[in-house]
Design a protein around this ligand. Structure first.
Ligand code: FDP
Length: 289
């Protein structure tokens, strides 16, 4: 971005698209780098999770590629204590390898990226783009900007459009994390109702669990827990980008009290309960959460 002139809408469109083009371009190398790196290191990330070798490698590859982009000012990662200063421009939040505890069993993992206009930590209302990659049987990417979300298949690092993402009106799936022995009783009652209406599909990686809600309609939650009121997921890196994408696709996201996009951002690694999906399913969440 120019230092003298405010960026135009076209500049912003280009920067957001460059970010996702760069992430897509990196996916073959990222996928390859999992091989031989499924083991744990002795290090913990700022949230206290044990880091795998692949967590660290994904972070290194992404900071190297995204940090060099013209128009990117800050790279912040779930795997780093502090943001990296890259120059002038937008702020990126990156969960390099979401769902990394799935690597042990060779289940789904992904990458989540938020593009914020402003310094971090920032409100979700400052997002100007968000997207995620799913390293599934095939590599796909969902990218949202403003009111539009698009799903791509990523072939040899190139995005090929599959469809505009529009949440189905008739929901069919749900997935709730945290374990029912840890849920508060109000959520337990909600879960009981939802269980009798929808089909349980829980994969243990936010990208996969939200991705199937976007495909089939439904609700995903990582709720407030008895032992941890703030839940597990990170506001800047996970909840805000997913909330932005869900909104663009016609759904919503809440922390139980307010839209995730209105949660006040106090710390880079702060956690939040997260409930996302079809609006009518979220409207039924109990007040006492
Ligand atoms: P992971 O710890 O494997 O990286 O926030 C991280 C996350 O996975 C999410 O992707 C996922 O939704 C959640 O944690 C899974 O938590 P549980 O292991 O408690 O199910």
């Amino acid at each position: 971005m120019s230092e003298q002139l405010a960026p135009t809408d076209d500049d912003i469109d280009r920067i957001v698209d460059d970010v996702f083009e760069t992430v897509a371009d990196a996916t073959p190398e990222l996928r390859r780098s999992i091989r031989g790196r499924r083991g744990e290191t002795d290090d913990e990330n700022p949230s206290g999770d044990r880091q795998l070798e692949a967590d660290q490698q994904f972070d290194r590859l992404l900071v190297d590629r995204l940090g060099r982009l013209d128009g990117v000012g800050t790279y912040a990662s779930e795997e780093r204590d502090d943001p990296v200063d890259c120059g002038e421009g937008v702020s990126l939040t990156v969960d390099p390898l979401d769902g990394s505890s799935n690597l042990k069993s060779n289940n789904l993992v992904g990458t989540i990226v938020g593009v914020y206009d402003g310094e971090l930590p920032a409100s979700g209302r400052n997002l100007i783009g968000a997207g995620y990659v799913v390293y599934g049987p095939t590599t796909t990417m969902v990218q949202a900007r403003g009111d539009a979300a698009v799903e791509y298949e990523v072939v040899d690092g190139e995005r090929r459009p599959l469809r505009p993402v529009d949440l189905p009106d008739d929901p069919t799936v749900f997935g709730f994390g945290g374990g029912d022995d840890e849920w508060v009783s109000a959520f337990e009652r909600y879960a009981q109702e939802i269980r009798s209406e929808l089909k349980l599909r829980y994969g243990g990686a936010l990208v996969g669990d939200v991705n199937q809600v976007l495909r089939y309609g439904g609700v995903f939650a990582y709720p407030t827990l008895e032992s941890r009121e703030e839940g597990k997921l990170r506001l800047q890196f996970e909840a805000n980008p997913m909330a932005y994408i869900l909104r663009a696709a016609g759904g919503a996201a809440t922390d139980g009290d307010r839209s995730i996009l209105d949660v006040s951002a106090e710390e880079l690694h702060q956690r939040t309960p997260l409930y996302v999906g079809n609006k009518e399913l979220l409207r039924r969440l109990p007040d006492e959460l």
